[in-house]
Design a protein around this ligand. Structure first.
Ligand code: PGA
Length: 253
């Protein structure tokens, strides 16, 4: 089996000014300085990217953005492109987070362009996929995931597939305190890997698949111990350096 480096990614959402971000990184760095064999990333608001990248340089902490536009430049008021993020110091970007899809109309068509655009600029794309509670109850989880994975990765060639990170986030578990059971997480993530195998057997083993949705210090170890779970995407519990560092510490396998 291919060894995949676990990734713990924090998603700050629309929290933290630059000053607050700076205070956080100074608190986090000493807590994660000895971390080995795990990647740590924080997905920050655009205005924090540059300062955070400067402060985290040389440390184990990577700085990611939370979204981007699919074009490198153009008349798209309010948008930010992959080359802009890369030059500001971002090393990756969340794409297709359910809040972007539901509240800001991020479409599968746009994502099919965004994922390869991120790769072209050297950014690690973290593609978020997941079902609503209604879809799960209606037995539509696998159909939804098959469609999202097919549509959103349509523009990625097999040769770059292994560079993508997938975050499986059941929408009913985001910000709700309800977390998928280990069986649900394990089974669904194994299904996502089977979809990747249909694309390319070899690359599928190298793609990291994270679990997201109400990951907290007290449930992280159990989720991260699951064979198919290669890390976590952490929202609320990433806002305090202490709880985020505890989740990073729970990755020891
Ligand atoms: P949560 O958010 O950990 O607060 O549930 C996860 C996410 O939205 O990525």
């Amino acid at each position: 089996m291919t060894a995949r480096t676990p990734l713990i990614a924090g998603n700050w959402k629309m929290y933290k000014t630059e000053a607050e971000a700076e205070e956080y990184i100074q608190a986090l760095l000493p807590r994660v300085s000895t971390v080995q064999g795990t990647e740590v990333a924080i997905c920050v608001p655009f205005t924090d990217v540059k300062a955070m990248a400067d402060s985290a340089r040389g440390s184990p902490v990577l700085v990611y953005a939370q979204t981007m536009h699919e074009r490198p430049e153009g008349p798209f008021t309010g948008e930010v492109s992959a080359p802009m993020l890369a030059e500001a110091g971002a090393q990756g970007v969340l794409l297709g987070h359910s809040e972007r899809r539901q509240l800001f109309g991020e479409s599968d068509d746009a994502l099919a362009l965004k994922v390869p655009a991120a790769l072209r600029s050297g950014l690690t794309p973290v593609l978020c996929v997941g079902e609503t509670e209604r879809e799960r109850d209606g037995g539509e989880t696998e159909g939804k995931l098959r469609r999202q994975m097919g549509d959103d990765l349509a523009g990625v060639g097999e040769e770059r597939l292994a560079e993508i990170v997938i975050a499986y986030e059941p929408i009913w578990a985001i910000g709700t305190g309800r977390v998928a059971t280990p069986e649900q997480a394990q089974e669904t993530i194994a299904f996502i890997r089977s979809l990747l195998r249909e694309r390319d057997e070899g690359a599928a083993e190298r793609v990291r698949i994270l679990y997201g949705g109400s990951v907290k210090p007290d449930n992280a170890a159990e989720l991260l111990a699951l064979a198919d779970v290669d890390g976590a995407l952490v929202g609320g519990a990433s806002l305090q350096a202490d709880s985020f560092a505890q989740i990073v510490g729970a990755t020891a396998r």
